[in-house]
Design a protein around this ligand. Sequence first.
Ligand code: 0RA
Length: 653
Amino acid sequence: MEQNGQTGSNYSASNIQVLEGLEAVRKRPAMYIGDISEKGLHHLVYETVDNSIDEALAGYCTDIQVTICEDGSIVVQDNGRGIPVDMHPKEHRSALEVVMTVLHAGGKFDKGSYKVSGGLHGVGVSCVNALSTRMLSQVYRDGKIYQQEYAKGHPLYAVKVVGETDQRGTRQQFWPDDTIFTTTTYKYDILANRMRELAYLNAGITITLTDERPDDEGNIRKDVFHSDLGLREFVRYIDSSRTHLFDDVIYINTEKAGVPIEVAIMYNTSYSENLHSYVNNINTIEGGTHLAGFRTAVTRVLKKYAEDTAAKQLERAKVEIAGEDFREGLTAVISVKVAEPQFEGQTKTKLGNTEVAGAVNQAVGEALSNYLEEHPKEAKLIVDKVILAATARVAARKARESVQRKSPLSGGGLPGKLADCSSKDPKECELFLVEGDSAGGSAKSGRSRATQAILPLRGKILNVEKAMWHKAFESDEVNNIIQALGIRFGVGDDADSKEANIEKLRYHKVVIMADADVDGQHIATLIMTLFFRYFPQVIKDGYLYIAMPPLYRCKKGKIEEYCYNDVQRQRFIEKYGDGTENSVQTQRYKGLGEMSAQQLWETTMNPETRLLKQVTIENAAEADYIFSMLMGDDVGPRREFIERNATYAKIDA
Ligand code: 0RA
């Protein structure tokens, strides 16, 4: 049965303009969804889920089911009102078809929700449609099931009724186009992290994620994400491996100047500041006016409170307190809804709307002063911590200065252990941080001297997750890394600042090169922790990498190949052996030290043949949680995480 009296044959004729719109998406997909790699692929799901979240925020939907199907397609189903299917007055087509085929058509049904203009999301489900070989939309409404299918965004027939139902809602299924994306394999963990985040950001909604692709043991995975307390539970989750300064979550949920503002704050005994900010459910990695408003409020209120209640203590400590001291050990999630957000910055994740700064400043200021007045015991713990932070910050500067005095550095202020490259153009320079002196020696003789520098590291570097700020600057290995990179702290007026300045970064590739065993992974994690906590900008700008040395050298007669994982080795055996391991010789590399300089160059350092993994922060809140969990005191969750993620553990077993 045909809805709307239209037939398939004369159907697409009047819609040339629409199809051109979707062609543009296929021609330049990156312009619409960021990129065509794994990231863009997962974006298709976020885009689709966003529409269901909007329906939930409008108050009509409580459940969202996201399923990775066995055939690699994705289903997003909600129990909302269902996308309207009636004739669109201007377009002369079903509203569903307009939503599915017209760029940005979602806005035409504006429910007064906070839609995103530009930036990452909000491009509309029509983009998902355009980038899928096939898409199937079903609407459960008024007792009927309506349906339309598409190929690369083109409708295959007019919306039709295919059955009856007593359900309500929308079901979207799509098959991502493998001629567009570099990969079409969905990763459960990436989706799970975003769905968890969305559940925390939108209290009350239940998001169920199911992976129907069986794993090695034939099992499927499923998680139900739901949070009644929203951001209050989110900060607890992020800080669950840290020791709380006190148990309370300071919580703010209000509206100022028409801006809905939700903030949850926890203090812990660590030495880092962990702020996670969102605008319309989008993680604003680069911060912006909402974050600035938050920081200003915290500094203003705590400073006044400390001066009013702890004047003597401040005098005795003899240190000037800086803004960042008020935020040491502070974890906060800040979520605002902005009707017309302006996104700026390199990755368009920095909020530009100036009116939001004042709104957040006021909201947080009021709530925080009230909290301090009503909770003097907790307030004192915060003030003590602030004074300790200021003292440690000044000690850190003194430690840095004394290191520089004690060990006059080789020419240009570089550490003696560094074998630098001859080029001085950071864009083409690479620094290898190499585990152990012997591998360091091989790397030095194997490298391409013009562009590759080597810094050998002695064993495990300091775990900065557990160390106070100034301890890091007393560590030789940490100082060597900072000096080799050309990173400076305390630049400009604020000589003690903890904020790293990477303007003079000397290498645009910093490569962690560690053994492919448990110890090597630990060392790599320690180094990543240092970068993540002390100079995260290096990671955000895409400069940090991990070298992937081969695990095996497989040999059959004259044919020799390096294999970087077990799958490659298996392929070699199948291709050249008789299918069993016996005809093929395998050398397993236990460490970098077992390779000659020539082998190390060929397999791990030569830009033509090597494999590098780029370190990225996909989801900062999750990274924050994982680092504190991996590097903190709690053994249980760490073991669980390692068991689930460590492939090398299987090899070594
Ligand atoms: C506009 C109006 C109405 C529903 C929706 C949009 C809607 C869109 C999506 C996208 C995914 N799930 C959705 N659920 C609902 C309903 C208007 C009405 O019934 O009065």
